[in-house]
Design a protein around this ligand. Structure first.
Ligand code: NAP
Ligand code: MG
Length: 483
């Protein structure tokens, strides 16, 4: 199916080609066919977008100083515009990324909810009165930071862009969005929605381009006041370093190696379902994937059997022409990397309980079979590094202390799962886990109102919920002498 949506950059309320006329081609990972030819933003285009956003943030009465309820109304209108185009965005996302329409629908729904959630925040962002000595009034104001840059990965292109755009805009900031060059298309629909919702020119700009060019420029631009980066830990460190040149704030949403810890008193069918979903959804290309299963030795065989059964019954396909429940991985290089990890696991002594390769019955697409590896110890490469594919590493434990120790033996700390019917076990283990998010008896789950983010090398700062309001505002303290 051919693409007929937007392909130009969206800068200062206009659709425009890049300054030097460069474009790049995207691929449909399910068919390996070219899908869309998109304008490629370079440094000079990023500069144009930042200038537009910088002018817009300071224009009187237009955005940051707009009646906050009116700003909220525009964000509700953004949500409505996205909802109206939902079917089209789902289809584009599915072609561009390879995810199934079922998965893409969840993503678009989450964005709609997120915009509505933050639309309601606009007139509730307030400071405090501070008690001070003497005849003085002292108060704080939460002000927008200015221009925000958003650098977004390819695994949830639409959803992750919306996750940081909505709070940034709600706080009265303006935004420049750089999606991944692997999956740039759905981001352009934010331009379409902004036009329809009547956002003033320059408030929201969308500039697809390569990370090493456009991403870098955005991170180091002196007029950018905050960078919301979602992506790999290594690139995140580089972004932080560039941003540090201007003491620019960052939110970093990075990688993970999440453990699902299953105790013998868990409902094993629920656990099998959650573990399966937590590693095979989005073809395992999830920061918050439950990529390590930590299972008590007494239930190891039974639980693994149930997960393997489910893995083998998972229909593959992008879902555009069949009922696939797991799509291809995003690219040939991603597929290669995942297969290399499986090989390294086998070389280090892991056993392939199911999957382990490319499905035999598909002649195109970067598919990898849902794979379960047993006999894994936590010091193996496959247990330490983020594979970012449909590969589950199964590790046994014999008691609660050992489970906690293995769970925390990771450079990452994004999301952990606990499966047990004992309240005391659930809450005690939760206390000891070095993770930014813990989910008990379901996995993974998040809502616009719950803070999302990681401990350790999984990130810095939080998206979603009230905490994101703090990321996208800065405190001003005002002292008034009443003498
Ligand atoms: P990535 O390679 O780090 O890329 C992320 C974004 O950064 C893309 O827009 C990329 O652009 C850009 N980029 C690449 N090099 C850059 C540079 N030198 N300077 C500035 N920007 C640069 O990550 P990915 O491979 O797309 O995504 C997978 C990673 O994201 C995984 O590690 C996953 O765990 C993480 N992730 C984290 C969360 C979370 O919320 N914690 C959510 C989803 C994903 P190009 O793609 O155009 O190069
Ligand atoms: Mg990459």
């Amino acid at each position: 199916m051919s693409y007929s949506g937007p392909t130009d950059l969206y800068i200062d309320g206009e659709w425009t080609s890049s300054e030097n006329g460069e474009t790049f081609m995207t691929e449909d990972p399910a068919t390996e066919e070219p899908y869309a030819d998109v304008a490629e933003a370079r440094e000079e285009d990023i500069d144009r977008a930042v200038s537009a956003a910088d002018e817009a943030v300071n224009r009187d009465g237009e955005w940051r100083s707009l009646d906050p309820q009116e700003r909220g109304a525009r964000l509700y209108a953004m949500a409505d515009a996205i909802e109206e185009r939902k079917d089209e965005i789902v289809l584009v996302e599915s072609h561009d990324n390879g995810k199934t329409p079922f998965e893409a629908t969840l993503d678009v729904d989450m964005v709609i909810k997120t915009f509505r959630y933050y639309a309601g925040w606009t007139d509730k962002i307030q400071g405090d009165e501070v008690p001070v000595p003497g005849n003085r009034l002292n108060y704080t104001v939460r002000e927008p930071v200015g221009v925000t840059g958003h650098v977004i990965p390819w695994n949830y292109p639409f959803q992750l862009a919306g996750r940081s755009l909505a709070p940034a805009l709600a706080c009265g900031n303006t935004a420049v969005l750089k999606p991944s060059s692997t999956t740039p298309l759905s981001a352009l629909y934010y331009g379409v929605a902004a036009e329809e919702a009547g956002l003033p020119n320059g408030v929201l700009n969308v500039v697809p381009g390569r990370g090493s060019v456009a991403g870098n420029r955005l991170a180091e631009h002196p007029r950018v006041a905050h960078v919301a980066f979602t992506g790999s830990t290594d690139v995140g460190k580089g972004v932080m370093e560039r941003a540090s040149q201007n003491v620019t704030g960052v939110t970093l949403e990075l990688g993970g190696k999440g453990p699902n810890v299953v105790f013998p008193d868990a409902d094993l069918d629920d656990a099998a379902g959650g573990v399966h979903y937590g590693i095979f959804m989005n073809a395992g290309q999830m920061c918050w994937a439950g990529s390590r299963l930590l299972v008590h030795e007494s239930i190891h065989d039974e639980l693994v059997e149930r997960i393997v059964e489910r893995a083998e019954a998972t229909p593959l396909g992008s879902g555009i022409d069949d009922d696939g429940r797991m799509g291809p991985t995003v690219s040939e290089s991603q597929q290669r990397e995942i297969l290399d990890y499986i090989e390294s696991g086998e070389a280090e002594g892991a056993t392939v309980a199911t999957g382990g390769g490319v499905p035999a019955d598909r002649d195109a697409g970067h598919f990898v079979e849902p794979t379960v590896l047993t006999d894994v110890s936590n010091d193996m490469t496959i247990a330490q590094e983020e594979i970012f594919g449909p590969v589950l590493s199964v590790i046994e434990f014999s008691d609660r202390e050992e489970a906690i120790e293995i769970a925390n033996d990771s450079p990452y700390g994004l999301m952990a799962g606990i499966w047990t019917s004992d309240l005391q076990t659930a809450h005690t283990v939760s206390q000891y886990l070095d993770y930014g998010m813990v989910s008990i008896n379901e996995f993974p789950v998040t809502q616009p109102q719950t803070p999302f983010g990681g401990f350790k090398q999984s990130g810095l700062g939080r998206e979603q919920g009230a905490e994101a309001i703090h990321e996208y505002t800065q405190t001003k303290n005002v002292n008034v002498s009443l003498e």
